[in-house]
Design a protein around this ligand. Structure first.
Ligand code: AN7
Length: 358
């Protein structure tokens, strides 16, 4: 038992082991893991051709154990909650945070409560919370309402709040930037990502700066964050009362890490830009058709944004670009099924099959 356990840990160590010296851990922090991190960084030839960039890399964060980037920060937040003696964790979520919290809590034997905006969470994410046995509180309100309630209730009860307002979440999410610098031998010149509650852009910028300070990176990227046009408070400069977008993961009107996003934008000389649902949908379909990458709609906002920068005339020749693909297409089957399928109903005969081939 202990031998095979050791072999498993060595095969997929997870971020607490891999980055132990760079994360806020103590000897008493349990080194829990679902094998998160170490996600692929793959080139996107069609996007290089369209944009003229020297390289466009996709950081496939949906390869994390629960299918999104959230696992990197959740593993740290849950480990620190256990270290502090908590027996229950709670979050508000548009879906991916709840799936991740539910999985790590199940594995560690903690109770888990997830507050989700009623009717606005993709089916696959809800399925994960159900399967892991989370108590699901479908709030009659928006994500922003749910987050406010999550903060309030965890102040009254001995329950750990595992939203990205928990600094251990941001600490863990930096590991993605460290991996990119590891893989490329430097930071890219351009970093593109979706922005919702803005924890992840805050974490990436912190991670890149940390790599730069350590001398692992010789340059810092320009940070480009993309919000859905119907949920773009960081673009308009004020909270959005009723955010709307089919990319439900980023249907957020008042991001908790507002200042972190603004700092990433301004300190890096980047920008935060709105992309329409039509642009997100086009990028979503392009990724699936041309690159074989099935991302969820919010994740495709990275690529929608890169294409928008190119359309606005930004010079990308000679540049290394990284696009974060933050969540899996299977999370949101309803979005995919809105695509007109190339489907024929055929009789169970060889002739029937052959007649349906090109
Ligand atoms: C696929 O799960 O906010 O800007 O509650 O699921 O760090 O919020 C998810 C956000 C991008 C935006 N891509 O990241 C939640 C939640 C995907 C996401 C984001 C989310 P942040």
């Amino acid at each position: 038992m202990s031998e095979s356990r050791a072999a498993h840990d060595a095969a997929s160590p997870g971020v607490l082991t891999r980055f132990a010296d760079r994360l806020p851990l103590t000897g008493a922090t349990p080194r829990i893991s679902l094998g998160e991190g170490s996600t692929p960084l793959v080139p996107a030839p069609s996007l290089e051709q369209i944009t003229g960039a020297a390289r466009v890399w996709l950081k496939l964060e949906f390869c994390n154990p629960t299918g999104s980037f959230k696992d990197r920060g959740m593993v740290v937040a849950v480990a620190k909650a256990i270290e502090a003696g908590y027996e229950a964790v709670l979050c508000a979520s548009t879906g991916n945070t709840s799936a991740s919290a539910a999985a790590y809590a199940a594995r560690q034997g903690l109770r888990v409560y997830v507050l989700v905006p009623g009717g606005a969470v993709a089916q696959g994410k809800l399925a994960q919370a159900v399967a892991h046995g989370a108590r699901i509180l479908a709030v009659e309100g928006s994500f922003d309402d749910a987050l406010q309630l999550a903060r309030a209730v965890t102040e009254r009860r001995s329950i750990a709040l595992v939203n990205s307002v928990n600094p251990f979440r941001i600490a863990g999410q930096q590991t993605a930037a460290w991996e990119i610098v590891d893989a490329l031998g430097d930071a890219p010149q351009i970093h593109c990502m979706p922005v919702g509650n803005a924890g992840n852009i805050t974490a990436y910028w912190r991670g890149y700066r940390d790599s730069y300070d350590r001398g692992d990176a010789k340059q810092l990227p320009q940070m480009f964050g993309f919000q859905a046009a119907g949920a773009a408070p960081l673009v308009t400069g004020r909270p959005v009362q009723h955010p709307q977008t089919f990319a439900t993961a980023i249907r957020i009107g008042n991001p908790a890490s507002w200042q972190g996003a603004v700092a990433a934008r301004d300190e890096s000389g980047g920008d935060i830009v709105a992309v329409t649902d039509a642009q997100i949908r086009a990028a979503y379909e392009h990724l699936a058709r041309a690159e074989g990458v099935f991302a969820e709609p919010a994740a495709a906002a990275s690529v929608a944004g890169l294409l928008a920068l190119h359309d606005h005339g930004m010079e990308l020749a000679g540049r290394q670009v990284v696009c974060v693909i933050s969540g899996a297409g299977l999370k949101d089957p309803e979005a995919a099924l809105q695509i007109q399928p190339d489907r024929r109903d055929v009789p169970a005969t060889l002739e029937g099959i052959e007649a349906a081939l090109d």
